[in-house]
Design a protein around this ligand. Structure first.
Ligand SMILES: *Cc1c(COP(=O)(O)O)cnc(C)c1O
Length: 397
């Protein structure tokens, strides 16, 4: 949780600006605000950092994904290729936007692979929702090639990839629309919050309206605004925006420290028998939030996790059976359990979600362990951590 690790006076100051002005709402009320527009300032910081032409702050990463889907024109019955390794918000974003998820294979890069996407394409396929997992960008040259070749709309869930770049372009800006999360666990946190980004003005306008009951946000009188489309309430409060703004101003420091610590640890671990690292197509563009590594097979990875447990060293994620980011844990999705009937219950589905055949993804996630990088580690602590990790791995293999 790097964002949370660097949390203090700056966040307090921004929040106090809002509390003192009593203007907790992001729109209008100029007479109250003392000139503070925290959501707008947060958007400006995100545009500046990522290079996005447009950014729009919303209530969560999940609602940013919802905006990304709708504003890219993905709706009822549209087939969207998705990965089985992601936070489930991606899949929910497709479903609750009216779309139909189609699962495809990831590879060692932890994101959808070009080959995986290509194998899942049918005449029904409309879009790909690419997820840049665990802090680094997907293999974008190859993915753009497949999307262009098949004329597919690309949407990016960069919920875990603010601070990740590929050959100079920020994750989230390759496709038509993209989404970042500012939840409690991300590189920058607002407690709750999300950022929608795009370089397309029409998409931006749609997302801006969609996230606020269709308001066009033209003029200074909210009650008299026009509503070009139906929408919903995905607004971010000024209090959350204030925290996100202070955090966003620290992102370069967080990213640089993460990367420095990750490189240090990686160098200590390099050459360990049985251990290999996630291939990152653009190392320089890594956000450094996770060190992702593989063991030779699922059984060994589970033994290594057990060794870590015995030694009492923490901070490791084993997504294959723990956590909530892999299809093996999504029983509710596999059985399409929902509060109320869904469109998916009433149509022929392209896949049986309960019996998906994704051997590559199973194999990759089975061998994968992810370690969250801390900005607070000292070299001494990292030396000790690496030594312990090597012992655990040697004991397991
Ligand atoms: C965190 C995350 C989200 C959801 O973000 P929230 O802000 O928690 O709603 C979506 N997609 C991915 C890949 C995430 O990691």
């Amino acid at each position: 949780m790097p964002g949370l690790e660097l949390f203090g006076d700056e966040e307090r100051k921004e929040v106090m600006d809002v509390l003192d002005s009593k203007c907790l709402f992001r729109y209008n009320h100029e007479h109250l605000r003392n000139g503070h527009w925290k959501a707008k300032e947060l958007e400006a910081e995100v545009m500046n950092f990522t290079g996005a032409k447009f950014a729009h702050a919303v209530s969560s990463g999940s609602t940013a994904v919802a905006c990304a889907m709708a504003s890219a024109g993905i709706g009822y019955g549209d087939h969207v290729i998705v990965p089985p390794f992601t936070y489930i918000a991606t899949i929910e974003g497709v479903i609750f936007g009216g779309g139909v998820p189609v699962f495809a294979e990831i590879d060692e890069n932890l994101c959808l692979s070009a080959a995986g996407i290509e194998a899942a394409i049918t005449p029904e396929t409309k879009a790909v929702c690419l997820v840049h997992m665990c802090g680094a960008a997907a293999n974008m040259d190859e993915i753009m090639e497949v999307c262009n070749k098949h004329n597919l709309t690309l949407i990016e869930d960069a919920g875990q990839a603010l601070g990740a770049f590929y050959k100079g372009t920020s994750a989230g800006l390759f496709g038509k629309t993209g989404a970042y999360s500012f939840d409690f666990f991300k590189i920058t946190t607002a407690g709750e919050g999300g950022l929608y980004v795009t370089n397309d003005e029409e998409c931006y306008k749609l997302a801006d309206s969609y996230s606020d009951h269709g308001h066009d946000h033209i003029g200074a009188n909210r009650g008299m605004e026009q509503h070009p489309i139906l929408g919903f309430n995905y607004r971010l409060s000024e209090l959350h925006a204030a925290v996100g703004l202070a955090q966003m101003r620290k992102i370069n420091t967080i990213r640089d420290t993460n990367k420095k610590n990750k490189t240090y640890l990686k160098n200590l671990l390099a050459g360990t028998e049985g251990l290999s690292f996630r291939p990152i197509p653009d190392e320089e563009g890594d956000s450094g939030t996770f060190l992702n590594f593989f063991l030779p097979d699922t059984e060994t990875a589970q033994k290594v996790m057990a060794e870590f447990g015995k030694m009492g060293i923490g901070g490791f994620n084993y997504w294959y059976t723990n956590m909530y980011h892999f299809i093996n844990q999504w029983d509710h999705l596999k059985k399409l359990k929902s509060a109320a009937p869904l469109h998916l219950h009433k149509m022929d589905l392209p896949q049986d979600y309960n019996n998906l055949d994704l051997p590559k993804s199973q194999e990759v996630v089975g061998r994968l362990i992810s370690l969250g990088i801390s900005t607070q580690w000292t070299e001494e602590q990292m030396n000790e951590l690496a030594a312990n990790m090597k012992t655990a791995i040697a004991n397991a293999i």
